[in-house]
Design a protein around this ligand. Structure first.
Ligand SMILES: [Zn+2]
Length: 179
């Protein structure tokens, strides 16, 4: 897995999302944010996440999608249940994943972070393949960007977001990064 000068990882699937913009010049990418997502909630394996991130989701196809109408969101990466990695936004750009957020007194976390979505929800353990892919990707990103902190969406948007949820095994993830 190689990261090129434009911030794209080679060796994984790429589906470009328009839901991103330029980072302010000189911004250090110092925070990694872990999320979970499933669409519809609790259902895995469909194309709806990719469609949401590319503004092609037909919001008439499920009652839950009504609240997603007009939403423009993205993350840099998605880790599917089988461990497949998809990149939607160049790491050089600001993906619209965190929303209203704050980390250690600094607001607008999208400005200085990378976002990784794990396909999942707050009620289901993540798969071994997802941990393996996430660890591999995170190690690669740590070598390329000055990431000082790794956190969950729920920690930067408390009261508003709960992901990656109680089933995300932080000790497993963080200890693997140190190994
Ligand atoms: Zn999230």
């Amino acid at each position: 897995m190689r990261i090129d000068a434009e911030g794209w990882c080679h060796g994984l699937r790429r589906i470009a999302s328009p839901n991103c913009d330029r980072r302010l010049p000189g911004t250090e990418v110092s925070l990694l944010v872990i999320h979970n997502i499933s669409l519809p909630p609790g259902e895995f394996g469909g194309k709806a996440i990719e469609q949401l991130f590319t503004n092609t989701l037909d919001c008439d196809t499920h009652p839950y999608y009504e609240r997603l109408r007009g939403l423009q969101v993205s993350a840099h990466f998605l880790v599917r249940r089988d461990g497949q990695l998809i990149q939607f936004v160049s790491c050089s750009k600001r993906a619209w994943h965190a929303g209203v957020s704050e980390w250690q007194g600094r607001s607008r976390c999208n400005d200085f972070s990378l976002g990784i979505e794990l396909e999942g929800d707050d009620d289901t353990p993540f798969t071994d393949a997802q941990y393996a892919a996430l660890i591999r990707l995170t190690r690669r990103l740590q070598r390329h960007y000055p990431l000082r902190d790794i956190t969950g969406h729920s920690d930067i948007a408390p009261g508003r977001k709960t992901d990656p949820g109680p089933y995300f095994d932080w000790p497993r993830f963080l200890s693997a990064l140190q190994a």
